[in-house]
Design a protein. Sequence first.
Length: 91
Amino acid sequence: MKKLQLKPLGSRVLVRRLEEEEAGGIILPEEAKKDLDFVRAEVVEVGTDMEKVKVQKGDKVLLSALAGTKLTFNGEEYYIVKSSDILAMIQ
């Protein structure tokens, strides 16, 4: 049986939010995280409109903290975001 996969449509991107430990850099206390306007995420899958999406699978990105639609798939938590909600790529 083939494993069911999610493929975003259009210029949407499927991401997995990263914990601070996974994203690298300075680890912030929980109280400080509440004031952040952005979150770090890893691109899991890109939409069908590849010309408009400038990220690839595996890229680390910054998103607006309120961006996207949360979903649980195969026991994992993901977000589907518009490519325009991606603020920057982490190099």
